[in-house]
Design a protein. Structure first.
Lengths: 296, 277
């Protein structure tokens, strides 16, 4: 790191300028606008705020049963996805870390869901879940003696069904990150513990898990933010239905804004979503502060 | 070396996970090659009876003008986005990693923090801004949006990667009279090639796969990319799953190729930047 010559003479400014300008324009300005929109009434002709309404928009959106349901869905969606993808990712990481023959083949195959475009995933699973012609019902329901049903059209199974898709999509990423973490654990610790007579389970519980804690925390926060941001899967597969049973915060904001053209209500919901994201983000900054010492 | 129980268990687990990972994809591929009668059968089959595979669906997709336009749009937008993103990202990464200046830390935190901003927060004002500025449904409009969304991650990765490059090489170059830019291009970049490759791949995937922004900021007869274009074919009452799956397969090929080629770089570059410490 060089050049302490402080002010604007420092060439560093010139290097970062394009990025900073773009970020200010297309991140900063919209955030400001969103706050403004959520506190005003938007005219449909000019798409500009015309009246200051204070917290009315928030009030109107929050005190509906629909919103409570959506909050609940968002929570279920996020925890379900996180538990599933990190749990499965962990199992995958342990298996993929072994140096056995053909492991590269498995590493590539298991990575495939993550590399598939989100839209493609949504469409394929949509057909997969199809009541008449999809593979899901015969393979997983009728094979066990159940009666086939429309997975995406019943309020009780729509959300879990899309959560499964999210888990399928994201577990390879988790497994990749956890594997990197596993490889960071020095082998000598395991050897020393084995000499002391530690069992496989003890090795796992007292060496592997604690060493992975920072990685797992990072994963939870990062994927938590990604999960909350999900739109395409839910929108393409269920449109948030039936009747908002699979809708989450972001989907509601979209509906308000682009279906009902209530931009101010959409902005209010988006702002709530921003709040939740910021909480996650703050946790991440705190959690990884030590690790980022080398960068900041 | 005998075959231990744990080895069998490991392979069993790997096979189970692989089946889970690949089943929907196999379903997609198989449907795209099946004749209509085999698609709409009950009970559905993975392998069509008599191994009858056809390419009709692919041909009809490739002859459909809307599809061709969607693919072209995706290609144009993604490639330009990657080029611009990489350029801006490398520049910023170099700036953050090599220089100390007033506000450096705060600006860096600003860059990282913008990753937290949900897309939904951006899209609502951006929709209105793009319309007013005349960038709605244009290539530059989408390119700028994609570049900006990918910037926080790109800058984070590249900064971390550049910081791993020892200074001595550049210092030697400066003694020989290199400018900062020359040092960046001739010395730092070749060494950071894996990191740059990871960022390029990340930007490409983002641009190719992005749904929400493309949905709102493009129209079917304008610059709509294939990511959204695929869903435009749901309008009919009965969905033509055959051609649709063919379209899906075609849409999946570019990112897949990228991934298989850059797979090593992707993992090492991404992980080095993301799991530092």
């Amino acid at each position: 790191m060089y050049k302490e010559n402080s002010f604007l003479g420092n060439p560093g400014y010139r290097f970062i300028a394009p990025a900073i300008v773009l970020i200010m324009l297309l991140f900063g300005y919209p955030v400001f606008k969103i706050i403004q929109f959520s506190l005003s009434e938007i005219s449909l002709t000019t798409l500009q705020p015309v009246r200051w309404v204070g917290f009315d928009n928030f009030w109107d959106t929050l005190i509906t049963y629909r919103f409570v349901q959506i909050l609940r869905n968002t929570f279920v969606w996020t925890t379900g996805s996180l538990v599933g993808q990190i749990g499965l990712g962990f199992a995958a990481a342990l298996l993929l870390n072994k140096k056995i023959r053909g492991i590269t083949f498995f590493r590539i195959v298991i990575m495939l869901p993550y590399v598939t475009p989100g839209v493609v995933i949504a469409i394929v699973w949509l057909f997969f879940y199809d009541t008449e012609f999809g593979l899901f019902n015969p393979l997983f329901i009728e094979a066990f003696g159940g009666e086939k049903f429309s997975v995406l059209s019943s309020a009780s199974t729509a959300l879990p069904a899309v959560i499964l898709v999210n888990i399928w999509y994201m577990f390879p990423f988790s497994s990749m990150v956890i594997r990197a973490g596993l490889q960071g654990i020095p082998g000598e610790i395991y050897s020393a513990a084995k000499v002391d007579g530690a069992s496989r389970f003890q090795l796992f519980r007292y060496i592997t898990l604690p060493s992975l804690r920072p990685v797992l925390r990072l994963l939870v926060v990062l994927q938590g933010i990604w999960a909350i941001n999900t739109f395409a899967f839910i929108w393409i597969m269920t449109r948030g239905g039936p009747g908002y049973s699979s809708s989450i915060l972001g989907v509601l904001a979209y509906e308000y804004s682009f279906n009902f053209l209530h931009f101010e209500k959409g902005a209010a919901v988006a702002l709530i979503l921003l709040g939740v994201s910021l909480v996650f983000g703050y946790i991440q900054l705190r959690v990884t502060a030590r690790k980022e010492e080398t960068i900041i | 070396m005998g075959i231990s129980g744990s080895l069998i268990a490991s392979y069993a687990g790997l096979i189970a996970l692989s089946l889970f990972a690949i089943l929907p994809l196999l379903w997609m591929i198989s449907t795209s090659f099946k004749p209509e009668t085999q698609i709409f059968t009950s009970p559905p089959v993975l392998i069509p009876k008599g191994f009858k595979f056809i390419t009709d669906h692919y041909l009809s997709v490739m002859k459909e003008p809307r599809m061709v336009r969607y693919f072209m749009n995706s290609a144009i937008i993604s490639i330009i986005s990657v080029i611009v993103s990489v350029f801006v990202g490398i520049s910023a990464g170099y700036g953050f990693s090599r220089f100390r200046f007033k506000g450096r830390n705060s600006l860096f935190i600003l860059v990282l923090a913008s990753r937290m901003v949900p897309r939904m927060v951006l899209i609502i004002p951006l929709y209105i801004i793009m319309a007013r500025v005349g960038l709605m449904d244009t290539y530059p409009g989408l390119v700028i949006v994609y570049v900006v969304i990918s910037l926080p991650m790109s800058i984070w990765l590249l900064t971390a990667y550049f910081m791993n490059v020892p200074l001595e090489l550049e210092e030697a170059a400066f003694l020989d009279g290199c400018t900062k830019w020359q040092a960046l291009i001739k010395i730092v970049l070749p060494i950071s090639a894996p990191g740059v490759a990871a960022v390029a791949m990340y930007c490409f995937m983002l641009a190719w796969n992005e749904y929400l922004f493309a949905l709102v900021l493009s129209s079917p007869y304008g610059v709509r990319p294939i990511a959204v274009g695929l869903t435009d074919f749901f309008k009919e009452f009965r969905v033509d799953w055959g051609p649709l799956m063919a379209g899906c397969v075609l849409t999946t090929i570019p990112p897949m190729i990228f991934f298989v080629l850059a797979q090593k770089y992707f993992v090492s570059g991404l992980v080095k930047g993301a799991v530092k410490g």
